[in-house]
Design a protein around this ligand. Sequence first.
Ligand SMILES: [Zn+2]
Length: 205
Amino acid sequence: MNAGTIDTVVPAGEPWMGTIRRGQSFRIVDLEGNQAVDTLFYNALDTAEHYSAQNTIQSQRRIYLTQGTVLLSNRGRPMLTIEEDSCGRHDTLGGACSAESNTVRYALEKRHMHNCRDSFLLALATHATDLTKRDLPSNINFFMNVPVTPEGQLRFADGISAAGRYVQLRALMDTLVLISNCPQLNNPCNAYNPTPIRVMTWESA
Ligand SMILES: [Zn+2]
């Protein structure tokens, strides 16, 4: 691997931030299977530009993300493309879990529990960025299964990923990556069992 590349394991339930350069490939590996990886992307040179679920869905005319999907920014520019995907489907509708959603979806006493939104904010504070709560748009949930029914309902369903499956993106601009390796304990998407992931970069051929 070249200097400046990333190859690290993100423990279960932890956030991670890193920068990938334009032209690099970025792989996220679901090491043990059925993990949900809540992810946001920002233009590393101007963080007011970030991933847009709306623009991406509208442009590809599909709800799920998979190989061939071009992730668009809020300015309509291509940020990354999914070049390989051994899972087959990733969600960008379900959002990130939060203290509030823990309360609404599960129970009042779940409010204090570790959640992705707090993990995002912790990572932003830890890395001394100038990004705040206002800079958290709708995210991607890699490996998460949120099927949309013919009636238009969202289901948080059992995971379809498995140990060793991965998604690989190529950066089309210098990109800041913000990940919450979802710590949720109340949701079948990760089999009620958060597990580690591996993130890697390298120069594309
Ligand atoms: Zn979560």
